[in-house]
Design a binder for this molecule. Sequence first.
Ligand code: PLP
Length: 436
Amino acid sequence: TATPGAHAPASARSAQLFDRASAVIPGGVNSPVRAFGSVGGTPRFIASARGCTLTDVDGNDYVDLICSWGPMILGHAHPAVVDAVQRAATGGLSFGAPTESEIELAETIVDRVASVEKVRLVNSGTEATMSAVRLARGFTGRTKIVKFAGCYHGHVDALLAEAGSGLATFGLPTSPGVTGAQSSDTLVLPYNDLAAVEQAFAAHPGEIACVITEAAAGNMGAVPPLPGFNEGLRRLCTDHGALLIMDEVMTGFRVSRSGWYGLDGVAGDLTTFGKVMSGGLPAAAFGGRADVMNHLAPAGPVYQAGTLSGNPVAVAAGLASLKAADQSVYDALERNAATLGTLLGDALHAAGVRHQVQFAGTMVSVFFADRPVTNYAEAKASDTWRYPAFFHTLLSRGVYAPPSAFEAWFVSAALDDAAFDRIAQAVPAAAAAAAA
Ligand code: PLP
């Protein structure tokens, strides 16, 4: 096991596995950002994880500041979640028939998020947003949708235009394979720009089915909505008969027990969830107004389905996670995000690097910029070229930050004093590397 502060931890076994993976898996990974493409170097293959610590196949330990890109707010291998998963698995892995625990998970979501009256469980955030958009079109009988540049809603064809996350990481405006027909009904507007939304409604009267937005953007880095932005979207959608889809896949059950809705109280007609509510297994959901949700099959005409939807093991993991996520967990997330932000900001300040430490609730980002970043154009204009050295210096000192300048950092409640000591020891060198 590497000692904190050690330089250039061995990565021979990871390198070997990456070669082997690349022979049979495109790019060697099953989701692009994992490949370290924009920061260079060898992606670490993970052998196990516990609490706030990831252990790779070469035996190096890292303080985990990704949390599986959001889900693991309790830390890894939380005993209550592992126990629930084991018990569920013993009872059978999948039935293709309804179970009581699905109701419990739906009730838990409805109980936590007052804007949600009915819920459908799916397997990924992508499915949640794809289905929510279809439902919005089916419900309104309209075709056009509005999304914001730098927001990522999964790899749904119609939602890939100027998306954040991996597309931002790799500098892609959209994806080959998305046809003009699939994207021509998508209007892409600047985030935090209500005037642009007003103009879109004026230019396309009676045509816009929905506006989909990250409740707070996390996929171009953490970029919170400016005061009044979400409220303005709510008002414009209501005025023009469009649905507002609040994508809380990232923020849901992380930034508060009720997600971003718990912070600003702006109700989507539909809301999408994933990540935290899955406990780390493949589960996600979308929900909202009962009159809209009742348009879904079999209650209504809009088709949506899934062989593994509501899978008993995934549902058990999600339920156990949400049960364990009491106020003390949310208090710890607040504290840990604040401490992380202070450590990052102090080190970058001391090194004389222009920077912004930004928060969207308890999601944290570092932008190498002079002024707060409020949209994708500003995120792209920051000194992203500083990020690879910053990232690798942290990694070599046992701190695992996102391998992309355009991703939020995720804390868990499991971060302890030893983890913060390690981060505190690593950030000055990382800041110096970013300054170079
Ligand atoms: N929506 C948001 C806001 C996300 O952050 C993500 C994934 O990062 C998704 C949707 C897609 O979720 P999934 O990766 O589970 O398909």
